[in-house]
Design a protein around this ligand. Structure first.
Ligand code: SF4
Length: 345
């Protein structure tokens, strides 16, 4: 799958130019009003994916991945958040302009999200069955289904995520389940609601590595089986390599590199992507390399020009003054870095 065409005006891919896009985000800016000022968290995010694609989104904690995804579903708390500009097109309609009724349809039939922490995602005072049934009823609003059909639709996702004894599971409370089982319930709820696009935000991160591995494997199988489009947010580059078709790398509120997955791993271009890859511990010795010195910038006073320049070992004068444009170095590879100005095809 080739990456979106390059825009010359804002320095990023122009996903809105894709006629076949399932989802495209164009120049999205999100600010948070906090005590003492405004945090300019998203700084012109561009993103696009086609139906059936599995796209990875990687970057350090705090670089805006979850904010971007929550913006898609319009579940950011407003205030303090504010959409300061841009559009989010889902199947040709701007989510940011939708009325509640249309938005509800997107949430019930179009897009669902699995959150990082299953304990926080489930309500402790309702049983699994009550919570799943609420999701099913939300998704079938307006359709005339019998109680038996609703119950079957509630049980089916529990069977799909391989939870033992789904009938009994309906009557249990989240606190009675292990972390892995809660994560499976969250996946079941996401699958019960919609089938077109699943956003998985670091699923299993809060669990131990063996359970996390089981959860990711389960997710992969279900995605294959149901042919759902997926955005997978993760810190684990190995998971991205195994699971996705294409990868976006995000830094400090902007996408900085996008490529087909093999191209990104074979030939990472952006200095930040290099740093992420070098930060992976090696089993063959050497431990963790230096990785990336410094930290994500203060969003109240972000650096001018390339937001990565204070940490970049290859920063030049221009990097401190101008925002880099996305340069297409190959059909399947674009990077927002001045180092590639002369490599554009
Ligand atoms: Fe480094 Fe400059 Fe490239 Fe930014 S644009 S990543 S500062 S070389």
């Amino acid at each position: 799958m080739s990456v979106p065409p390059t825009s010359r005006n804002g320095g990023s891919p122009a996903p809105s130019a894709r006629n076949d896009a399932l989802l495209s985000i164009n120049d999205l800016h999100v600010h948070f009003k906090v005590y003492g000022g405004i945090l300019k968290v998203l700084d012109g995010v561009h993103f696009a994916m086609s139906p059936g694609e599995r796209v990875g989104l990687v970057g350090e904690t705090g670089c805006g991945k979850t904010t971007t995804m929550k913006s898609i579903l319009r579940i950011l708390p407003m205030p303090p958040a504010r959409i300061a500009g841009g559009e989010i097109m889902f199947k040709g309609r701007d989510v940011l302009k939708m009325k509640q009724r249309e938005l509800r349809k997107v949430r019930s039939e179009g897009i669902s999200m699995i959150f990082q922490d299953p304990t926080a995602a489930l309500n402790p005072v309702f049983t699994v069955g009550q919570q799943l049934e609420a999701v099913v009823k939300y998704s079938i609003e307006g359709k005339d289904l019998s109680k038996k059909e609703i119950r079957e639709r509630t049980l089916q996702p529990l069977r799909e995520v391989a939870l033992p004894d789904p009938e009994r599971m309906l009557g249990t409370y989240p606190v009675q389940l292990s972390g892995g089982m809660r994560q499976r319930v969250c996946i079941a709820m996401a699958l019960a609601a919609s089938r077109e696009l699943l956003i998985a935000d670091e699923p299993g991160t809060s669990l131990d590595v063996t359970i996390q591995d089981q959860i990711l494997r389960l997710l992969r199988e279900l995605v294959e089986e149901k042919d759902v489009s997926v955005i997978l947010i993760t810190h684990t580059l190995g998971v991205v390599r195994e699971t996705t078709d294409r990868v976006y790398v995000m830094y400090a509120g902007r996408m900085v590199e996008v490529a087909d997955t093999p191209a990104l791993f074979d030939n990472p271009l952006h200095p930040y992507t290099h740093g992420l890859m070098e930060a992976v511990p090696k089993l063959t010795g050497g431990g963790v390399a230096d990785g990336i010195a410094g930290r994500i910038p203060d969003y109240m006073h972000p650096p001018k020009g390339c937001r990565f320049h204070p940490r970049c070992p290859r920063a030049m004068k221009v990097c401190k003054q101008e925002k880099p444009t996305f340069y297409r170095v190959d059909d399947n590879h674009q990077v927002a870095c001045f180092l590639y100005r002369d490599s554009e095809k």
